[in-house]
Design a protein around this ligand. Structure first.
Ligand code: BGC
Length: 401
């Protein structure tokens, strides 16, 4: 944790205690002296939810999200905003249309406006150095949201899902769809001998998560590639060959079309495609159906994995078209981010459950990683519907209400 930020927040707590509510963006509402005194005496952790909220009440949090083209980021942004507002914070929420200059400008503006804390889901994890330098100089703590911001020391905390395990889950889902393993990853009794042809897609090379997803999936597929059960027929086995800039559905569709025409004169020889994100999956499926495969898995459409439990893909899974997706409950991630903001605002060290894996090139960033769940056709009900993430009607229509 960097020193200027700590100073600023401890100073903030002090200001509130003496009633000098001149803190940037602070209206002082509800900032009772009892709770701030508890903070200063180090007892805040025991003071319960109300006390936790009091420490930062009236502070402004800048929340920078990458895009509104994928519904997960809209849900993330709205959930973080709602959680922070409920806890008494002001929120400046911005989406950047997947455009790096737009995001850098938005964050510059937040810093100029005097936000007290930044929560950032970056577009390009290496493109925010001057913003983070400015945040560090101003003592503004930065929480890296879902995607790790790289190459700068002013990243105070990282909240995400276990990104390597997301990749393992995607690899396992592909193996399961091909009949090689059970849902839990154990070998299937009547597994086909192969060789089965697959192709692999990776996410955006400027997103730190993409490498974790790819490594988790490839480590899972490796034994089957090594013994010849699986074959990546195009020979495009490296991350750089498989990567999809900005997670673009159109780029994925184009690459799949190119792979089909270069490598699969008989498209029915393709058994499965590893896809790291539902948008990419839908691009792949369009290309596959475009050469006459499917339209469903039962009709011979190759197995296609995914990620994010986007409603359009959940419908495709329900319809037997996309095989799986990875459900990352963005409501839980948002709650965690709100908790971390509160911890920082109250001068507490946020709880981390990983302090080894997320080296951003300058330091290992303390992280809290959440679990994920694989969604197949047969567990849509018990995963995304029962948890209230999507309603039955939304799954039927494929459209979020
Ligand atoms: C997120 C994924 C998402 C992808 C594309 C990644 O950073 O972790 O959940 O599918 O970005 O938006």
């Amino acid at each position: 944790m960097n020193v200027p930020f700590k100073n600023k927040l401890m100073a903030a707590a002090g200001l509130l205690t003496v009633g000098a509510l001149a803190l940037s963006g602070c209206d002082g509402g509800g900032a009772g002296s009892t709770n701030t005194e508890q903070t200063e005496s180090g007892d805040a952790a025991a003071s319960g939810d109300a006390g936790e909220a009091e420490c930062g009440v009236g502070m402004t949090v800048g929340v920078a999200m990458p895009t509104q083209t994928s519904e997960r980021w809209i849900a993330d942004g709205e959930a973080v905003k709602a959680g922070l507002e409920e806890a008494g914070y002001q929120v400046d929420l911005q989406f950047a249309n997947d455009d790096i200059p737009t995001q850098t400008q938005q964050i510059d503006q937040m810093i100029t406006n005097g936000v007290d804390v930044l929560v950032i889901a970056s577009i390009d994890g290496t493109a925010l150095s001057s913003q983070l330098d400015a945040a560090g100089a101003a003592g503004i703590p930065v929480i890296s949201y879902d995607r790790l911001i790289r190459d700068n020391e002013n990243v105070d905390f990282y909240v995400s899902f276990d990104n390597y395990l997301v990749g393992v889950a995607q690899g396992t889902a592909l193996l399961h769809g091909l009949g090689l393993v059970e849902e839990d990853g154990t070998k299937a009794a009547d597994a086909p001998k192969g060789p089965l042809n697959i192709e692999i897609f990776a996410g955006s090379p400027d997103d730190n998560n993409a490498g974790f997803f790819f490594n988790g999936a490839m480590d899972t597929l490796k034994p089957y590639l090594d013994d010849g059960t699986l074959v990546i027929k195009s020979g495009q086995t490296k991350f750089d060959q498989a990567a999809t800039l900005r997670w673009s559905q159109e780029a994925a569709q184009k690459r799949m079309e190119d792979l089909l025409s270069s490598t699969y004169p008989d498209p029915s020889e393709l058994a499965g495609v590893l896809s790291p994100f539902d948008g990419i999956s839908r691009g792949i499926i369009t290309a596959l159906q475009g050469v006459g495969l499917g339209p469903t898995i039962a009709d011979g459409l190759p197995i296609v994995t995914g990620q994010d439990a986007e409603i359009a893909s959940i419908k495709l899974i329900a319809d037997g078209v996309q095989q799986s997706t990875i459900f990352k409950d963005t409501r839980l991630l948002a709650d965690r981010a709100v908790q971390v903001v509160q911890d920082l605002a109250c001068g507490r060290e946020p709880e981390a459950n990983n302090t080894t894996d997320y080296d951003n090139g300058v330091k290992v960033v303390p992280s809290y990683l959440l679990d994920v769940v694989t969604v197949y056709q047969d567990n849509i009900e018990s995963t995304v519907i029962e948890s209230g993430y999507w309603t039955e009607d939304e799954v039927k229509s494929g459209v979020a209400n």
